[in-house]
Design a binder for this molecule. Structure first.
Ligand code: HXC
Length: 517
């Protein structure tokens, strides 16, 4: 073979790899952003990334596009190994035409999505783009539609993770929204449907891009971002670790590793739970004393902070964690925490991740805003998600489990496989104060000392009804356990559930359920 052909090949590769050229790469770095290829190098095991479609070119001719060179059509696509396992990815190149998405750019993304789905491997999208390539008009829009449809078809089959590493605006933000996890970088990433200028012209609201669609806005307020990071390096390090927790697809089990003792001594659990039943505490301290040290990764941790969800390992086995957080809103379930919990339960169920539910909630949050905002509709998502999930589900009632929230938080009635309670558990229709005000209203009113009578009735109610033993006597609780035995009880419970068979009857006999959205 003429050696020139090899030289030419190398030269072509070098041209494509240069992206938008040194000036634009410099500008990207000055903004604290990495290039598309640097990001892929952080994601994949060293030297394992294999690019496909490097020489794909756009076919657009209008608006000065004829003959315009756009290396890799502004997106690097391919596959490689993460911790030795196959993963497909795209990484948009902002240095070439702002990473804008045209017909061929979209086709490249669709190609790796198809390969990921066909081969049952996780898919990572790294977004850094000015959105639909304006010059390509409806072809660009069609490209997004093709991606959205593939995101939806792949949902629940392969893990799909979106990294937002720059702008991701307009309809472009709907592809990440259709994936399982959205990871954002502080200061560098922006997501919005309409930007600050359009908003100001329509509603006269003044807001800057960071406050509108930056990582913190989506982590705290909208809930669009599941995870945020101070820089791209820490994001990709955690993404690699996260991929190590997930199975490659819905037919595989999550990878198991050796057991590690918890960071906190189990004996401390009894001290974390306050003596006063209305005092708050940090349920994450309880989680840390139960799961393998260093394994707990909270998801959505700044959104709806009255609930905690995340992934962890228990004796080396990956589990999904759902817990009420009594530090905030006393651990009540509200609209946002219902969405957060329901989504996490469905994510875990889709990918064969058993669920641990730690319950301490006085109920659904009262309020006109909650009612009119649709707490009935949103709260129902939690009931639906737990009832539908057929991964192994084990719950532990730590303290309060009242009313509808008791049912919602993975009760036996909704299909928990095994339910346990601490001796501090109070399982009842409602809390002692509220219950006594209704049931003993007349006695309290007619008493010589109404306050003393109220306290007497509250104590009586707590002893009679607000404890774990009534529920245990009916079999709704399988065992009342010492806090220090929580980890060993969970490990033993899950070991019995390894071969649990899903209820395939329901799944195959209907097209799909109708979760209250
Ligand atoms: C074509 C684009 C582009 C786009 C950026 N560029 N966005 N080219 N189509 N959508 C080009 C710029 O012309 C410029 O090219 C280069 O990329 C870098 O852009 P700058 O503006 O210089 O960068 P910066 O100042 O950092 O601003 C980034 C930006 C801005 C905020 C993203 O470019 C911007 O507002 N772009 C338009 C965003 C937008 O409205 N997109 C359409 C959204 S609607 P040169 O050659 O000058 O360097 C949408 C619909 C999808 O996406 C619907 C799906 C259902």
């Amino acid at each position: 073979m003429d050696p020139k052909r090899i030289e030419q090949l190398h030269q072509r590769h070098a041209d494509v790899a240069a992206g938008g050229g040194p000036e634009r790469v410099k500008k990207q770095h000055e903004r604290g952003k990495l290039t598309a290829r640097e990001r892929l190098a952080l994601l994949f095991d060293e030297g394992s990334f294999c690019e496909i479609g490097a020489f794909v070119e756009h076919r657009s001719v209008d608006f000065g596009m004829a003959g315009r060179d756009i290396p890799a059509d502004a997106v690097v696509t391919g596959y490689g190994q993460v911790n030795g396992k196959l993963v497909y990815a795209f990484s948009q190149d902002f240095t070439t035409m702002g990473g804008s998405l045209g017909e061929m750019h979209a086709q490249k993304i669709c190609r790796v999505m198809d390969l990921a789905l066909q081969n049952g491997a996780p898919f990572v999208g790294i977004n850094d783009s000015g959105g639909a390539r304006i010059q390509e008009g409806v072809d660009a829009l069609n490209g997004y539609g093709e991606i959205f449809r593939r995101n939806t078809k792949a949902s629940g089959v392969i893990p799909q993770i979106s990294v937002i590493a720059g702008p991701c605006a307009g309809g472009a933000s709907y592809s990440p929204a259709l994936t399982d996890l959205v990871m954002m970088v502080d200061g560098g990433s922006r997501m919005f449907i309409t930007g600050p200028d359009v908003i100001e012209s329509v509603t006269r609201e003044k807001v800057d891009a960071e406050a509108l669609g930056g990582a913190q806005a989506h982590a705290r307020k909208s809930g669009v971002a599941h995870l945020t990071y101070p820089d791209e390096e820490s994001l990709f390090a955690e993404l690699r670790w996260l991929l190590g927790l997930l199975p490659a697809n819905n037919r595989e089990q999550p990878p198991q590793v050796a057991s590690v003792d918890p960071a906190q001594d189990a004996a401390t659990l009894i001290d974390i739970m306050p003596e006063r039943p209305n005092k708050g505490y940090n349920v994450e301290d309880i989680i840390e004393a139960i799961v393998d040290a260093g394994s707990f990764i909270p998801i959505h941790d700044q959104f709806a902070t009255n609930a905690v969800v995340g992934l962890a390992r228990l004796a080396g086995q990956v589990v999904g964690i759902v817990a009420n957080q009594p530090r905030f809103l006393a651990g009540c379930l509200d609209i946002d925490s219902s969405d957060k919990i329901a989504r996490h339960v469905r994510f875990c169920d889709a990918f064969n991740i058993p669920l641990v539910t730690l319950v301490d909630t006085p109920g659904y949050l009262p309020g006109v805003g909650q009612e009119h905002g649709g707490i009935i509709r949103h709260g129902a998502k939690v009931l639906y998600a737990y009832s539908e999930a057929d991964v192994p589900k084990v719950s532990v009632v730590l303290r309060k489990a009242y009313g509808g929230a008791y049912l919602a938080m993975c009760s036996r009635s909704l299909g928990s496989d095994l339910s346990f309670a601490w001796p501090t558990a109070e399982i009842a229709v409602m809390g002692p104060e509220g219950a006594c005000n209704i049931v003993f209203r007349r006695e309290i009113k007619d008493a010589e000392d109404p306050e003393a009578m109220r306290q007497e009735k509250i104590t009586e109610y707590r002893e009679k009804l607000a404890n774990p033993y009534v529920a245990a006597s009916r079999g709704y609780i399988d065992g009342v356990i010492e806090p220090a035995k929580t980890r060993s009880t969970l490990i033993s419970a899950f070991s019995t559930l390894r071969k649990k068979q899903p209820d395939t009857g329901i799944r195959t006999s209907r097209r799909h359920g109708n979760i209250p959205l």
